[in-house]
Design a protein around this ligand. Sequence first.
Ligand SMILES: NC(=O)c1ccc[n+]([C@@H]2O[C@H](COP(=O)([O-])OP(=O)(O)OC[C@H]3O[C@@H](n4cnc5c(N)ncnc54)[C@H](OP(=O)(O)O)[C@@H]3O)[C@@H](O)[C@H]2O)c1
Length: 323
Amino acid sequence: MTKEAVVVTGANGFLGAHVVLSLLAAGYMVHATVRSRSSASGLLRRFESEVSEGSLKVFEVPDLADREAVRGACEGAQYVLHTASPVPSRDMADAVATILDPTLGAIRTIFDVASSLHMRRVVLTTSLSSHLPTPGGSDGTATTTTTTIDETSWNDMDETRLRTLRKPFEVYMGSKTVVERLAWSLSRSTGVGMTTVAPVYIAGPTVCGSPLRSSNLELVRFLRDPARSRIPGWVDVRDVADAHLLALQREQAAGRRLLMCAHPTPASDSTGGLEIDTSLVHDVLGLEYREWKVTVAEFEQQVKAFREQQQQQEGEGRDEVKG
Ligand SMILES: NC(=O)c1ccc[n+]([C@@H]2O[C@H](COP(=O)([O-])OP(=O)(O)OC[C@H]3O[C@@H](n4cnc5c(N)ncnc54)[C@H](OP(=O)(O)O)[C@@H]3O)[C@@H](O)[C@H]2O)c1
């Protein structure tokens, strides 16, 4: 029987590479999109044999709004797992142009191509921020009686207001809501099914490259001083990757918004003290979270090994210079 093929966008990312790993382990063919060959070098090294045997194909797609390039990656595949997203940095000059515009362009193109190729489902990586109600409403007049954030909760950010924001992190957070709303409307208009996976902060070992990347940098700060942290919760990157896989496999996952939080922190003031209901992960996907202490132990072990390897390489470099 021919294996089903799945497109993974942002396949070289912290989460994307784990999604690739989960899919390959489950026997799927993977069409991985990356923005450049150079950013895919770690991925290509890690999955060298899967690339040579053809179960992993890597497609260079510098712009996910480019219809022809996206179509090239999607041909022959049945699902798109869309994990790619620009991430904010302090020195970003125009966050709306760097984060929001490409993200909106990408989602329009993905649904357009998925619909024209009659693909079965899009799984979109969103975030807790899409579900997080603005305390008192965006204009400060509404009062919320909500005590729990769940599948039905929405942040009230809209595109017009988002375009007035300047701080990269705020634009990033707001973009997750605006893009998700557009994606649901495209899913309805095109008839291509969708599931969203909305994690809190993601942590854990990496598939390739440095473990000190993405939200793991925040994890290091959190582990140093949990009391000072404003992170509302954590979830293991491997559980988030498995949720993407299960979201395409389980029929009952179609049309659902799946919140993920394995380790709520006491310092959850950034949710206004609201409880995060992640029961759908168990009820719809049948997924059990890894224990948080296991995530931390395996992450710390990888960091230690990575630092030792770096020191050894630096030592060898010095010896070569002396010699
Ligand atoms: N990490 C978290 O705590 C967390 C929490 C909630 C949700 N999420 C979501 O999870 C997803 C993966 O995040 P991550 O932590 O794995 O981040 P990451 O390691 O920074 O990976 C981001 C991926 O997106 C790609 N990308 C960035 N800008 C792009 C653009 N303009 N067009 C196309 N691709 C672009 C990156 O490619 P390059 O390598 O070429 O830049 C990379 O492959 C994102 O959707 C993020 O919003 C993450």
